[in-house]
Design a protein around this ligand. Structure first.
Ligand code: SF4
Length: 371
């Protein structure tokens, strides 16, 4: 049997409509072949403008590209103009049940609104008005279906929040806007179970051409949420499904954004920045690999240029990996052989390994910045 010829690439991206979130130089394109974007949601009271803008600034610094803010009260709606104006990244207003806040968000200059027209269907004329206001202002709308708040009619029909129930709900919500000629829509169908979520998105991807916002809802604390989201997003993105992602964690929003970025980098959907190739250590290790890897990671945190740094515990795989990386160390006998671009440039005592690696990394980053 020969080795099958399978190219190491992901499936082509699903063809979706393109939306533009925002109208100025902060605008982000979603769908239609645009790079997959990372978003998160603030945890501050939106009406506390300073705290919300501070958190948005932290999110922006972490690499987040789109931010969502909750708008549960009139005070929050009143804060939107200032937040939309001062935020460095497009702001999406997240609204449930309150049509008047949707109009406020559009007037405030928000880049998009998350609203489920099913929540306001009893005011059918309001759906028409929202569609018109959003179309006039060129403000896209996200329809976000969540397993936890699935329409009772569909719960009764399907018995639980199955993939079919989530998709039927999303497409029905879309149809309420489509009746009024509005199609600047993106959709999410979130479930806490990655298997159900993956199935729902696959079905949705086949059933429409709207851009899709991926999310595993209520994914849990940092570790569990990261694993669930990474697995689910990895499956879907490898199949070309997904235009924007939000990792939901019971953790600070900047952590969500960092995980989202790392997922995209892992799939080569975004250029990798710092990548640490470190071995897991074993009985052959002649240095404390964990400590070395942690210190090098901390020392290079925030480095913007792409750099692969190998931190290896012994001479078995050490020289190979270190030679292959931009920069690396192969340790042994209390010493570290430092490699830069495949060549040994120094052999230093163990106590100097971290310092030497960081110095060399900074030098390489400077050189890359000058290019
Ligand atoms: Fe063990 Fe050496 Fe491999 Fe690290 S590089 S896991 S120490 S054999």
């Amino acid at each position: 049997l020969g080795i099958p010829q399978i190219p190491p690439t992901l499936a082509p991206r699903r063809v979706s409509r393109q939306l533009k979130l925002g109208h100025d130089d902060r605008a982000v394109l979603v769908g239609g072949g645009a790079p997959v974007s990372v978003q998160s949601m603030t945890t501050t009271v939106t009406a506390d403008v300073n705290a919300t803008l501070q958190q948005i600034a932290e999110l922006t610094a972490s690499g987040c590209q789109i931010v969502r803010v909750a708008v549960p009260s009139a005070d929050d709606a009143e804060a939107l103009p200032q937040i939309a104006r001062k935020s460095q990244i497009p702001v999406i207003a997240d609204i449930h049940f309150q049509p008047r806040y949707v109009f406020a968000a559009i007037d405030a200059g928000c880049a998009a609104v998350r609203v489920n027209p099913g929540n306001i269907k009893e005011f059918d004329d309001k759906v028409a008005e929202i569609a018109k206001a959003a179309a006039d202002a060129q403000v896209p709308i996200r329809i976000g279906v969540n397993a936890g708040s699935l329409d009772k009619r569909l719960l009764a029909k399907h018995g639980s929040a199955t993939p079919d129930a989530l998709v039927e709900s999303a497409l029905w919500e879309c149809s309420l806007f489509e009746e009024h000629g509005f199609r600047d829509i993106k959709i999410s169908v979130k479930h806490h179970d990655p298997v159900v979520m993956v199935s729902a998105y696959r079905k949705l991807a086949a059933a429409c051409d709207y851009p899709l916002h991926l999310g595993v809802t209520e994914a849990g604390p940092f570790f569990q949420g990261t694993v669930k989201s990474s697995v689910a997003f990895g499956v879907l993105l490898a199949e070309g499904i997904g235009d924007t992602i939000r990792v939901s964690l019971s953790a600070p929003p900047a952590e969500e954004a960092k995980v989202g970025i790392a997922i995209l980098e892992s799939l080569n959907l975004r250029q990798r920045r710092l990548e640490i190739v470190s071995c897991p250590s074993c009985g052959r290790a002649q240095v404390d690999v964990y400590k070395l890897a942690e210190e090098v990671t901390a020392g290079l945190d925030g480095l913007e240029v792409p750099l692969r740094v190998a931190v290896m515990g012994c001479v078995v795989n050490g020289p190979g990996e270190a030679r292959d990386a931009d920069l690396g160390v192969a340790s042994g006998n209390g010493k570290g052989q430092i490699f830069v671009k495949g060549k040994v440039v120094a052999t230093v005592p163990e106590s100097k390994i971290v310092e030497t690696l960081i110095d060399e990394a900074m030098r390489l980053a400077e050189e890359a910045g000058d290019e």
